[in-house]
Design a protein around this ligand. Structure first.
Ligand code: SF4
Length: 382
């Protein structure tokens, strides 16, 4: 999404999907269900003059309800779900020896997945099969949640608010199948389009209140929140992988070595060799596609070797995404990332596997991570 951030012509040509959302809200036969990605809370206030500490996720939820949306959810919930699937998948692939030549790569960034497919097709089989949080949430909304509120999947209209332009294409690619085949997500709007909707609804920011997201997909952990910053997916996955391997939690900050100390630090690459119960796990985190190419070329030449690699196409991760507010010549990704790490530090729960609503989803519906049902709804072929 970077070219859109930096190219005014691209910005003019950007697709606008806000009318689709207004149409769905006006359609009495549709129940409109919205999810809001972690990175959106770090930036939406910039466009309307709210300070980071005033521009909370709760106020985004309030604005959506005032626009007429029926249910609002935080993508942090499904980031925890992605971690459950991806951490279990990693432990399984790692311990089976499947990763002896190449690492497992994260796959929640569609900019990276598209790049891998076109430039490094032989690495595609090493991508995690776990769907991204946006896609997992879409599937959960149209199955588990639809059942809970007594609706059919067709009656549920799902909208994602994302920091990302590539998420619009990801939505078109992903289908899920149960008794119904369809897209998990019906429309994706960016942070900028959200602010546009607030303006056209004449919502004045200083009247917004903090409201909670709805149930039964209410809870989210600090591990899910940091998904929006480079290194966050890796750190969250390692917290849960450690618990799977050892049966107990690590210190919540045990894996902070994978956090970026600035989005340009070390050419956008953070490497860490971790020790989990005597097992050595070599990790790398990279953001920006130029940096990614450098890292992969070194890997292909055998100069570096990893077990698990996180890739985000945008420098700094989704906080620096192409759907975020644009400020001439200013790169705010690092500042926005700090907001997410502060939210994680202050969160009551910091491990995805301790999210009570995720535990309930498995108990009542998905059975367990990597179950047949989880494969059908939460995983994909690349
Ligand atoms: Fe989208 Fe950029 Fe995040 Fe990738 S890193 S998911 S392209 S915002």
């Amino acid at each position: 999404g970077q070219c859109i951030t930096h190219c005014p012509v691209g910005a003019l040509r950007e697709r606008d999907d806000t009318e689709k959302v207004w149409d769905a809200i006006a359609d009495e036969k549709k129940t409109v269900v919205v999810q809001v990605a972690p990175a959106v809370r770090t930036s939406w206030g910039e466009q309307i003059g709210l300070k980071p500490e005033e521009a909370t996720i709760g106020k985004i939820m309030d604005s959506l309800k005032r626009m007429g949306v029926d249910y609002v959810f935080d993508t942090v919930f499904s980031a925890d779900l992605t971690i459950m699937e991806e951490a279990n998948e990693f432990v399984q692939r790692f311990t089976s020896g499947e990763l002896k030549d190449r690492p497992m790569f994260t796959s929640c960034c569609p900019g990276w997945v598209r790049f891998a497919k076109s430039q490094y097709p032989h690495l595609v089989k090493y991508l995690s099969t776990a769907k991204s949080p946006q896609e997992m949430f879409g599937a959960v909304m149209k199955t588990y949640f639809a059942e809970k509120i007594g609706k059919s999947p067709e009656e549920i209209y799902t909208v994602s608010v994302m920091p990302c332009v590539a998420k619009k294409a990801e939505r078109e690619k992903e289908l899920f199948y149960n008794e119904y085949a369809g897209h998990g997500v019906d429309t994706v709007i960016t942070t900028r389009e959200l602010v546009k909707m607030m303006r056209s609804a004449h919502i004045s920011p200083d009247t917004l209140q903090d409201i909670e997201s709805d149930s039964p997909m209410h809870d989210g952990t600090g591990a899910g929140v940091i998904f929006g910053a480079t290194g966050g997916v890796m750190e969250a996955a390692l917290r849960t992988a450690y618990a799977i391997i050892t049966g107990e939690n690590p210190e919540a900050d045990a894996f902070k070595a994978v956090r970026s100390s600035g989005f340009n630090a070390n050419d956008g690459v953070m490497e860490a060799e971790l020790n989990i119960n005597g097992i050595k796990v070599r990790t790398a985190v990279v953001s920006g596609l130029g940096n990614t190419r450098n890292l992969l070329d070194k890997m292909e030449k055998g100069e570096v070797k990893y077990d698990f690699v996180e890739v985000m196409a945008c420098p700094g991760g989704c906080v620096g995404g192409g759907g975020q507010p644009i400020h001439d010549g200013e790169e705010l990704a690092f500042e926005r990332g700090k907001t997410l790490y502060a939210l994680d530090k202050n969160a009551d729960l910091r491990f995805s596997h301790e999210n009570p609503d995720i535990q309930k989803l498995y108990d009542e519906y998905m059975e367990k991570p990597m179950s047949h049902k989880a494969h059908m709804l939460l995983h994909t072929e690349h």
